[in-house]
Design a protein around this ligand. Sequence first.
Ligand SMILES: O=C[C@H](O)[C@H](O)[C@H](O)COP(=O)(O)O
Length: 230
Amino acid sequence: MKTTGGSDAAKRNAGESAADLVTDGMVVGLGTGSTAAYAIRAIGRAVDAGLDVHGVPTSFASRELAREAEIPLVALDDVETIDLAIDGADQVADGHLIKGGGAAHAREKIVDTAADRFVVVADPSKEAETLDRSVPVEVLPAARQTVASAVRSAGGDPTLRTAERKDGPVVTDNGNLVVDCEFGLIDTPAALARTLSETPGVVEHGLFVGVADEVHVGRDEGVTVHELSR
Ligand SMILES: O=C[C@H](O)[C@H](O)[C@H](O)COP(=O)(O)O
């Protein structure tokens, strides 16, 4: 699993704080990444102690981790409701997120958006005044060039994400490619999200606008909870 930014203690505090919200009978969306992993492990310990929950994984990686933690799983297409989703973020500004550092944002967006309550877990290195990190865009392989050209027309600078221990591109859990798009300061995330969503060949982009209900920012000691309005 890739690791990013903040300290392990901060990530653990954020993940465990969100896991404390899980109660008996819930269907819980299990996010991807090094911070959500702490929540998954904590839920696993609670299951071991008798908690009755079902998890909906957002990626191959979160499914593997949940299996290890012995959390009973249910497939996304077999659930009608998700009570709570817990997921990480690459950047958080004004309640809006950039996600997809692990290329899992397409399934994450389905699960996080469908959940009655979506809790983001992050360390302080993810907080920003304005979103300015590159936006991961999952694209159908055949649309790589046309999407890149549309991103340039929208003022962005697209780069095909390449794998670290394989020659060639990253291939997502859905069999697609990822184009990381630099836009500089993103002053109007909703407008950019709309433009990307309307581009043919885009499967999903990593801008999560107005989707989160809470952000739990872990610190080396303690957690700050920001409540948002969707
Ligand atoms: O595709 C991956 C996800 O969107 C992750 O939730 C995001 O990259 C944050 O991961 P981490 O907690 O490892 O920084």
